[in-house]
Design a protein around this ligand. Structure first.
Ligand SMILES: NC(=O)c1ccc[n+]([C@@H]2O[C@H](COP(=O)([O-])OP(=O)(O)OC[C@H]3O[C@@H](n4cnc5c(N)ncnc54)[C@H](O)[C@@H]3O)[C@@H](O)[C@H]2O)c1
Length: 317
């Protein structure tokens, strides 16, 4: 029987991953955890086992894994790209020391791990278009440095200790349940809220900044599909490029305009986030994920936009 610990469970992805896993494996088998509790998260903190857990505290990680007989960890707790640039040391502590705590306890207590990486592992020297699975990865943001280091550490633990660690490089995640947590692609969520509430949006990235995106249902399905894939078919195991939608702010605004004809976008560029975006790929080649474990995202730009406007329309009534 699976006993799954989810770290960082109250973030953008955890808010939807926890209910998805509870539906799939039974609420009693999913232990949601977070460093602190906030208002509006009662569905996660109350719908099954929940633990307050700071992943930088090794003892606490050990004790939660032991207490619940955890055999699998979806390790979501992290600082993201934009907030990380404000405090690189704090990001390193959470993203690297936190990951080492999870890896060490997983090694000692025989757990498998899902580790989400990011397109932030790529940098200005990586090919920009259809960026390959295996290519130059020399990121320039502290977030990217932590993610590529994390990928390498996961590979090391698999090779040295045989730990079953799998992971994806997510592009920007678009979703309606929780707000994004301080990343460079947050505009692609904020734009929907402002389109519905104000009919206009001021974007912090340039109109032609192309970055890949993925809609939450594909995020959830992809994670579980990879964790359940036949290991014999996985040549990479870890750090798979995945993508679904290649889009610029201008193109996303045009799609929204089809539903909200008066919608208007203007631009007030944030140099920090623009520099990060400029260092990332325009689009990704995710053929390794498609080939090795059947990655097959369902949501394109049109379907995602329709669904986001429908879901947020209900939420913001
Ligand atoms: N959302 C995206 O666009 C995106 C894209 C690529 C990769 N990812 C990766 O997916 C994972 C989840 O991302 P998300 O968007 O849900 O992030 P998020 O910022 O919304 O959530 C992360 C959660 O981790 C928590 N956290 C931070 N420090 C912690 C600590 N010391 N102990 C315990 N919890 C702590 C935060 O409070 C937050 O709730 C991260 O690893 C992220 O790097 C996300």
């Amino acid at each position: 029987m699976k006993k799954i610990l989810v770290t960082g469970a109250l973030g953008q992805i955890g808010t939807e991953l926890v209910p998805y896993l509870r539906d799939k494996y039974g609420p009693e088998n999913i232990i949601a955890s977070s460093r602190r509790v906030k208002d509006g998260c009662e569905g996660i903190t109350g719908g099954g086992p929940f633990e307050l857990l700071d992943i930088t505290n090794r003892e606490a990680v050990r004790s939660v894994i032991k207490k619940h007989g955890v055999d699998s960890v979806y390790h979501l707790a992290s600082m993201l790209s934009a907030t990380g640039e404000d405090n690189p040391q704090a990001l390193w502590d959470v993203n690297m020391n936190g990951l080492i705590n999870i890896l060490e306890e997983a090694r000692q207590q025989s757990c498998s791990i899902f580790f989400p990486s990011s397109i932030a592992v790529f940098g200005p020297d990586s090919p920009k278009d259809k960026t390959p699975q295996d290519t130059v990865t020399r990121p320039t943001s502290i977030y990217g440095v932590s993610k590529i280091s994390g990928e390498l550490l996961c590979d090391y633990y698999h090779k040295k200790y045989g730990l079953d660690i799998r992971g994806l490089r997510y592009p920007g995640v678009i979703s309606s349940a929780a707000m994004p947590g301080g990343g460079t692609t947050d505009y692609a969520v904020h734009i929907f809220y402002d389109a519905i509430k104000k009919g206009s949006y001021t974007c912090f990235l340039e109109e032609n900044s192309s970055i890949d995106m993925i809609y939450m249902p594909d995020v959830l399905e992809g994670a579980v599909k990879l964790m359940e894939a036949d290991p014999a078919k996985l040549q990479h195991r870890n750090a798979f490029n995945v993508s679904a939608i290649t889009v610029t702010p201008k193109e996303l605004a045009a799609e929204i305009k089809k539903h909200i004809p008066g919608f208007n976008i203007d631009y007030d560029i944030d140099p920090v986030r623009q520099a990060i975006a400029d260092s990332w790929p325009n689009s990704l080649d995710d053929s390794a994920a498609r080939r090795e474990w059947g990655w097959d995202p369902q949501y394109d730009l049109k379907m995602m936009t329709e669904d986001m406007l429908r879901e947020l329309g209900k939420k913001l009534q």
